[in-house]
Each structure stands twice: as C-alpha cells, then as structure tokens.
Design a protein around this ligand. Sequence first.
Ligand SMILES: Cc1cc2nc3c(=O)[nH]c(=O)nc-3n(C[C@H](O)[C@H](O)[C@H](O)COP(=O)(O)O)c2cc1C
Length: 133
Amino acid sequence: MEAIERVCQFLNEAKTYYLATVEGDQPRVRPFGTAIIYNGKLYIQTGKVKAVSKQLAANPKAEICAFHNGTWLRVAGELINDDDRDAKVAMLEKNPNLKRMYSADDDNTQVLYFRNATATFSSFTAEPETVTF
Ligand SMILES: Cc1cc2nc3c(=O)[nH]c(=O)nc-3n(C[C@H](O)[C@H](O)[C@H](O)COP(=O)(O)O)c2cc1C
C-alpha cells in the first residue's frame, strides 16, 4: 500500500481526527472526519462559511492528529483549496451523509488537499515512522 493510502486508511479507521489551523498567533483545533484519496491526493472537506476555511485561506499551514489502536498519526503540511467539481462529487459519494448539508454545486462545499505533507505514525512501543506525500 502506498504511504498516502495508509494515512487515509488510518484516518478512516480512527473515524475522528483533530485539525489544527492558525489564526494570527492563535492555534485553533476542531474535530473532523472526512478523508479520501482523489487523483492521488489526500482530501478533506469543509464549508466555506466556517472559520476553519477562512483560516486556511489566510494561512494554509495545518496539522491533523488522530489516535487509534495505540498509535497516533500526525500529518503536517498545507491544505490547498480545490474548486474541481469532480473532487467535490468524489467527496460526497464517499461520505453520503454529507449530502444532507452539502452539494457539489452549492457555494459552500469546499475540498482541500494536503501539499508538502509529512505524516508520522507514533506509539509508545515502536520508533516513529515518517512518510511524505
Ligand atoms: C466527529 C466529528 C467530525 C466532523 N467532521 C467534520 C468535517 O470533516 N468537516 C467539517 O467541516 N466539519 C466537521 N465537523 C464539524 C466541525 O468540527 C465544526 O463545524 C467546527 O466548529 C469547525 O471549526 P471552526 O468552528 O473553527 O470553523 C465534525 C464534527 C465532529 C464532532
């Protein structure tokens, strides 16, 4: 399995991860759940009306953290907006419950992909393992 697929699978199995952004000199963090591979990139989803979206527009640097089965994963990088309609459709198809709130053609749905990502798997029992994508 490719590194990026392993990262996405871990996020999906953990179900919830925590997405940190920066607002000026203030860290912001909140729970997220969306993660898919599309066109070889790791995408997440949000709404343009949310503060998190505005923070990422001003500063794309982000880090996510998830914990599952004794292992924690951190992915640090930049989250880049993608207005590609097909990417939004793919996100909604993989997360059908989003369709209650979002559609590919509303002005709110936003997908972003990781650029310059460094992902580290850590546990108390093994050396950290780092992959980049
Ligand atoms: C388990 C869980 C998963 C969530 N997943 C997402 C998600 O993938 N995308 C999203 O935009 N909001 C998601 N949310 C909602 C956000 O955490 C919430 O809208 C948050 O307030 C957004 O951050 P902000 O207020 O800084 O903009 C999720 C909430 C929970 C509890």
